[in-house]
Design a binder for this molecule. Structure first.
Ligand SMILES: [Zn+2]
Length: 1192
């Protein structure tokens, strides 16, 4: 394994990302991550861009780079610290020994005993209980060579983690890369050899659990003179990175890692268990805890996993100290230190809690499972006493809204991060090379957020009164009984007893949803809580989250005040027995309601009287009472300023990001168009005229260029009552480098007609803070304008909108936190995005709605539709996933037509082109229409259809056009989802052949060339086409074979004289048909002027079949021309046109050239006799934004 001289004559320096090497006659491509090169069989390599294909991801999954970067950093922070401490310990012990020796020699042992007593706790604090005996070993190591530092990569796969740890962590002396499969270990061997790490990486081909237990067993049987087990086989670090749950590995891992503070790194990707609520029983069996349903389910999930680890470790006297616990994308990653410390373990019950979760209003309460409280010692000071907990701490119904309470847990209740550790990680960040670590901004953002997430509890404060016996009722509920730190308490014990007083976040937007009121800007919410004397921070788990030490009583008070002052709700529409009804105090007498609104300090406030804000607004002489503070709560600018984050330098942090890091490119933000001040805007002769104020220039815009009008937050300059902000877009495809010019003007007067149709008065729901907003910029999309459009048009418009609505107080943190940008370089990026979107939806409990702004052509939609992993269809139901329930809002796509194919967009907007208004005035450009829909449209389910293929069908594609020598790639396909067309014959052939290298080099001209060639050849396609009438849809909604023999399908026959063909010719013995054209459309238009199916209407889930026989090239041309003439071809006698619910095409061509079918631009080659079955889907996968007029 270490010889390394076998095959390649390639030195490391000569190789690099994207190059290839040969080992044992096999060719490999090199992918570089961190300092490691990973070899991927060249046969699997796809595309020139170096992006990973599905098969390739077995070898390299780029999405996990963040996890790996983070792990390298965490182990480095841990290792450097641990080694320094060990050195110190060894030095101290040696010193101690020498002292002892000297004393013995001097014969005055015992004189300075106190010195020894003092020295011990110090040593312990530094690196815990380094037990005597092992220091012998350490001393030797230290004096002769580098101290041993070993890592186990227990589920190593190709060994990428092992490679990276070996390369990037200089203090690591050995990494064991273990995997169960032979092929994986071979791959690790090869990678280790290629990376010249053969001496550092030990390859182990074993079951991970067996490997760890074997080493534990060896240690147990090698006891020292005092009967203590050996420790030689323990690892400094064990990394568990399974696909799915890590639960089965935990028992071995806690024992196989050093017990004087070894590091465990744990990934769990089974979010549907610990953060979902559909597999409660599975969560309980794996983790011994129930999850909850709610916005903070991922935070609960972290505590479930920590509970499991801590609980398993506790039975061996091992205490677990969480160092960093992160919820990332759809998995979680947890770093904990394991230490033999029975005293700390005894505090675990007091730090383990149940969670009572209101199903109606989201309020929660916790309850510790062991009551840990301070008890006075006989003489002086206090000690912690553990006893039975009292409960339950809540009623069966929520005391805020009267809804049912659910029980979740048990959960780990201590702090989930170690501040010092996170800080050490952050301190290391500046030393990293951004070329090597691709995810530095995200690491910085997430770590900073994690660091700030913690709200110190009352331990740090002196507590008057209460003798640590019976705390106030509320305090007990939040698990704080008797944990106050005061003089006379051992600080180490206080640390062991520490619980997190704000364990869960909430989403202000969700609370607005409960009351059905306008959402409160985040800064106002934060400001309100601060004003009332509470502390506020956020969770790393979710953008827009709020963590606070305020009790729910106060949180709901703030919401009620918001409703009362700023966001009135129609109370008459709120039904009794709803949470809103109870929360707003409806149905109570005036006094009761008032009392509710003023419900003050005493009841249930865990923090008691208000706290003056720490070091913020100067010192308050006399902290005002909660009641007084409530009276002065006003939702104004000052409150928003109070709630605003204090700037951390000028740096903008990437706090939240849930798209693959390597797809993100940094966006220059200096291109915002200036807002020009203008005089009145007047409509004259079809033009909008205005004069700019600064230079008195007359300007004009066209009504069709207007994107939107907003009410300006600036005061009017003239006698008008309001000031407006008008955005219009001028497009010039000829202008080099500047195809779009966005104009923004502020004016006191806008013609009413413009206001009627373009004024946005509130944030559209799909752009509200409640929604996760993703922007997909498809740089490969056709004309390549997407990036320019994003930069110069969409981004500035979003920024403007978010800063203007609803109150202008909103998003002063900048728009960076409001959306995520994914810039794609290949179709794979969107598919990966769709996959992560899908798994988020499957694992999240209350899926928060998502909006996807797609700057792309049809291709982007198709990738979204097909990126999902449909467990239903694959029958791959291992219980790990659930399909999003039908109640979950569909992710909504906003289409901005920026590709070569925009059939879906044009079809959805066809009524706008055709409307009478459009006929009298100029029709806006597609982009302006798309933008208007983005800002003023409403979502509707996107109709789609399902296509299944018989075995042997291959998805065909070529490399990107700019590849030097394009390669064709085939992959098995059994199923696709479409939204536009499924075709066989002329259309499919045209799509396919114009993508082949021969034609591709001709650029845009190629479509015409291919069409001309095909028409000349006028091939008659040999196929049989069975259809299923539209009326019988309900029989075969999603059955895998909608055209079963018993179904009332019939075969389409082409005869010389097209007749109605009414009789159900199901006869399979007739001669196969010959076709020129078979196309099932779900949309009306393939291009803006090419109406393939005039009867198709936007949003109607109907499939229309267009077909005709072998009519010859000339006639085909005529038919196509008629289609360009508003879809008149369907009335021609030789064209068949009817609505179907399903169809099946059996391809009977001998030559593979003619066996291509096309699904929304994707080409599939059928085997001879292969079948493609197309059926409309009953359930949409996505929503799509459309003009409101389409929804009636
Ligand atoms: Zn409630």
């Amino acid at each position: 394994m270490t010889s390394g001289n076998q095959a390649p004559a390639v030195t490391k320096a000569a190789t690099g990302e994207g190059e290839t090497v040969t080992y044992d006659g096999n060719e490999y491509s090199i992918i570089r991550e961190g300092l490691a090169d990973i070899l991927v069989p060249a046969s699997l390599r796809q595309k020139d861009g170096g992006k990973a294909s599905d098969e390739q991801q077995v070898f390299y999954n780029p999405i996990q780079q963040f996890n790996r970067d983070l792990s390298v950093l965490a182990i480095r922070a841990y290792g450097e610290d641990a080694l320094a401490n060990r050195k110190l310990n060894v030095a101290e012990k040696r010193l101690e020994k020498e002292k002892k020796k000297r004393r013995r020699a001097e014969g005055d042992d015992g004189n300075d005993r106190p010195a020894k007593v003092q020295a011990e706790p110090q040593t312990q604090e530094k690196q815990g209980s380094v037990e005597e005996g092992e220091d012998e070993d350490e001393t030797k190591t230290e004096s002769t060579m580098r101290p041993r530092f070993t890592i186990l990569d227990a589920l190593s796969a190709t060994g990428l983690r092992a490679l990276r740890y070996s390369h990037e962590l200089p203090f690591v002396t050995s990494v064991t890369a273990n995997d169960l499969t032979k092929s994986a270990t071979e791959s690790i061997q090869l990678n280790a050899k290629h990376n010249k790490l053969g001496d550092k990486i030990q390859v182990s081909h074993d079951d991970a659990i067996a490997h760890m237990y074997r080493r534990i067993a060896d240690d147990l049987s090698q006891r020292d003179a005092r009967g203590r087990p050996g420790k030689k086989n323990k690892y400094d670090v064990i990394d568990l990175d399974p696909y799915g749950t890590a639960a089965p590995f935990l028992d071995a891992a806690v024992q196989a890692v050093r017990n004087d503070g070894g590091l465990l790194c744990i990934t769990c990707t089974d979010g549907s268990h610990w953060a979902g609520h559909s597999y409660v029983e599975k969560s309980f069996s794996l983790y011994g805890a129930s999850p909850i349903k709610g916005m903070h389910s991922h935070e609960v999930g972290l505590r479930i996993i920590l509970h499991t680890v801590a609980n398993i470790a506790a039975r061996y006297g091992l205490a677990v100290e969480p160092l960093l616990s992160l919820s990332i994308d759809f998995y979680c990653r947890i770093f904990v230190r394991v230490r033999h410390n029975p005293q700390a373990v005894s505090f675990l019950g007091g730090k383990t809690m149940l969670l009572y979760q209101c199903a109606g209003c989201s309020a929660w309460e916790t309850q510790p499972l062991v009551r840990t409280r301070l008890h006075p010692k006989k003489k002086e000071g206090y000690f912690f006493k553990h006893g039975l907990a009292q409960g339950p701490t809540v009623d069966a119904k929520c005391r805020h809204c009267g809804s049912t309470m659910h029980v979740g847990g048990p959960l780990y209740g201590g702090p989930i991060h170690d501040q010092g550790f996170v800080r050490r990680m952050l301190d290391l960040l500046p030393t990293l090379d951004s070329k090597v670590y691709g995810t530095i901004p995200r690491m910085e953002g997430m770590l900073t957020t994690a660091l700030e997430e913690h709200l110190p509890g009352p331990e740090g404060e002196e507590e008057e009164g209460a003798e640590g016996t019976e705390g106030p009722e509320g305090a007990e509920e939040s698990g704080q009984v008797g944990l106050r730190v005061r003089a006379g308490v051992d600080p180490r014990e206080a640390e062991m007893a520490r619980v997190d007083h704000a364990p869960f976040f909430f989403m202000p937007s969700r609370l607005s949803g409960v009351l059905n009121c306008q959402a409160m800007p985040e800064n106002l919410f934060r400001g309100a809580l601060k004003h009332l004397g509470y502390r506020v921070t956020r969770s790393h788990c979710r953008a827009g989250s709020v963590k606070t030490d305020a009790p729910w009583e106060t949180i709901w008070f703030v919401m009620r005040e918001w409703v009362r002052q700023k966001a009135p709700v129609k109370t008459e529409k709120i039904k009794p027995n709803t949470p809103a009804y109870a929360l707003l105090g409806l149905g109570q007498t005036g006094d009761d309601a008032k009392a509710k609104a003023n419900a003050s300090t005493g009841t249930g406030t865990s923090t008691g009287a208000s706290k003056a804000e720490e070091g913020e607004e100067g010192e308050k002489d006399q902290p005002a009472s909660d009641e007084e503070l409530r009276k002065t709560l006003v939702f104004d600018d000052a409150l928003a300023r109070l709630g605003k984050d204090k700037a951390k330098g000028n740096k903008r942090l990437v706090r939240y990001q849930d798209t693959p890091a390597q797809s993100i490119i940094s966006m220059p933000s200096n291109q915002d168009p200036a807002i020009r001040q203008a005089g009145e805007l007047h409509l004259q002769d079809g033009k909008l005229n205005y004069t700019t104020i600064d230079d008195h220039k007359e300007q004009s815009s066209l009504p069709e260029e207007i994107v939107f009008v907003l009410k300006s937050t600036s005061p009017p300059l003239t006698g008008h009552s309001e000031r407006f902000l008008v955005a219009y877009l001028r497009e010039d495809s000829e202008a080099p480098g500047q195809p779009y010019t966005l104009h923004l003007i502020q004016t006191d007067h806008v013609p009413n007609s413009l206001l009627d149709s373009h004024l946005i008065s509130g944030l559209p729901n799909h752009l509200s803070p409640e929604h996760a907003i993703h922007i997909i910029v498809s740089t490969k999309a056709g004309t390549g304008l997407a990036l320019a459009c994003w930069e110069t048009v969409v981004r500035p418009l979003l920024k403007l909108l978010f800063s203007s609505i609803p109150t202008g107080l909103g998003d002063e943190n900048g728009d960076g936190e409001r959306y995520h940008v994914l810039t794609t370089r290949s179709a794979q990026s969107i598919k990966q995005f769709a996959k992560s979107l899908c798994s988020r939806r499957q694992s999240a409990t209350t899926t928060h709605p998502e909006t996807i702004i797609l700057l792309s052509g049809d291709g982007g939609v198709i990738d979204l539709l097909n990126g999902r992993e449909d467990t239903d269809n694959n029958g791959n139901d291992d219980g790990d996933h659930k399909s999003p329930s039908t109640n979950d809002p569909l992710p909504t796509i906003a289409l901005l037509p920026l590709g070569t194919g925009n059939a879906l967009f044009h079809s959805l907007h066809k009524p706008l082109y055709d409307s009478s208004a459009a006929r009298t005035t100029a029709v806006p450009s597609p982009l302006v229409l798309g933008l208007r829909t983005l800002f003023r449209g409403r979502p509707a389910p996107l109709p789609s259809f399902d296509v299944s293929f018989s075995p042997g069908s291959q998805l065909v594609s070529y490399d990107d056009a700019d590849a030097p020598s394009p390669h064709r790639h085939d992959s098995q396909v059994s199923r696709l989802t479409g939204a536009i067309v499924a075709s066989y014959g002329f259309h499919a052939q045209l799509v396919w052949e114009s993508d082949t290298p021969d034609y591709r080099r001709h650029g845009d001209k190629r479509f015409g060339m291919v069409a001309a060639d095909l028409l000349r050849e006028s091939h008659a396609y040999n196929a049989r086409v069975h259809i299923h009438p539209a009326s019988s849809s309900s029989l075969f909604p999603s059955s895998p074979s909608p055209l079963s023999p018993s179904s009332p399908s019939h075969e389409i026959r082409i005869t010389n004289h097209q007749d109605d063909d009414d009789d159900d010719t199901t006869a399979a013995d007739g001669p196969p048909g010959k076709f020129s054209y078979v196309l099932a459309a779900m949309v009306s238009n393939l291009e803006r002027t090419f109406t393939v199916s005039p009867a198709s209407r936007p949003l109607h889930p109907a499939l229309h079949l267009v077909y005709f026989g072998p009519v010859g090239g000339e006639r085909t041309m005529e038919i196509m021309k008629a289609a360009y003439d508003g879809g008149k071809h369907v009335a021609l006698p030789d064209v068949g046109y009817e609505e179907v619910s399903a169809l099946r095409v059996t391809v009977l061509e001998a030559d593979a050239r003619w066996r291509k079918v096309c699904i929304d631009g994707t080409v599939v080659e059928m085997p001879h006799g292969g079948q493609m079955t197309v059926s409309r889907m009953e359930r949409s996968l996505f929503g799509v934004l459309v003009d409101s007029s389409l929804l009636g």
